[in-house]
Design a binder for this molecule. Structure first.
Ligand code: SF4
Ligand SMILES: [Zn+2]
Length: 218
């Protein structure tokens, strides 16, 4: 097995390899650090240490130049966060591929802060997260149900699963299938959110992960 394959396995497990006080460390979620992964890293320790202690300045400078050229889509700060191991993987990639990589890193960076990446301007309905912002190209491929493009999962699912707040398209309770309108004034009176068991004004736009669109009437 090559050291590149080991690095792929580490990245695939959402783990990372670092040098700390001169020692190689495998970091990540407890369930990701399997005995097999530990063994692979141990078997390639010498190559990994060599890779991690030889930062490739030329590649980082190339990435920095690409980032500066496209500040609209790329946050130049992400270049400084790229590990030496990932940098080594970048050496043979084309500028187009590196640019796509930087855009993806920037998007992830924004999402981790709870912000929608700049080009993610299309609303969609994720089966797990509720209303979310996605890239318009992604949304175009999704089926439309009850007026919303629907996805079975989305890039926000990890944030949602961990209970983190993030930017969402605003909705109104009046258009939600989980809203019980006020009996005397259904259009504008204080109604009730059934799952949250709270009073809600029907027409106030707000972010809500529990929103579900009303069924389209044929
Ligand atoms: S789930 Fe959200 S949008 Fe729907 S009624 Fe409750 S608060 Fe309103
Ligand atoms: Zn989701």
């Amino acid at each position: 097995m090559s050291v590149a394959t080991v690095l792929q396995h580490v990245a695939g497990a959402r783990a990372r390899i670092t040098m700390e006080a001169g020692h190689l460390r495998l970091r990540g979620p407890r369930e990701a650090i399997t005995p097999d992964l530990k063994r692979e890293v141990a078997e390639h320790k010498t190559e990994l240490v060599a890779l991690l202690t030889a930062p490739d300045k030329a590649v980082r400078e190339r990435l920095r130049a690409l980032a500066e050229r496209d500040r609209g889509q790329v946050n130049p700060n992400v270049v400084d966060r790229i590990s030496n191991a990932d940098l080594a993987e970048c050496r043979t990639l084309t500028d187009d591929t590196l640019h796509a990589y930087l855009v993806a890193l920037t998007d992830t960076h924004e999402r981790m802060k709870g912000k929608a990446p700049w080009a993610w301007t299309a609303p969609a309905m994720c089966a797990h997260c509720g209303p979310v912002w996605l890239h318009p190209h992604v949304v175009l491929a999704l089926p439309v149900v009850d007026g919303f493009h629907h996805a079975l999962a989305c890039p926000w699912c990890p944030e949602h699963a961990e209970g983190r707040l993030f930017a969402r398209p605003h909705v109104t309770c009046a258009a939600c299938a989980r809203f019980a309108p006020n009996e005397n004034n259904p259009d504008a009176g204080l109604g009730r959110c059934i799952p949250l068991a709270t009073g809600q004004w029907p027409l106030t736009p707000h972010a809500c992960g529990s929103y579900r669109p009303q069924k389209d009437t044929p």
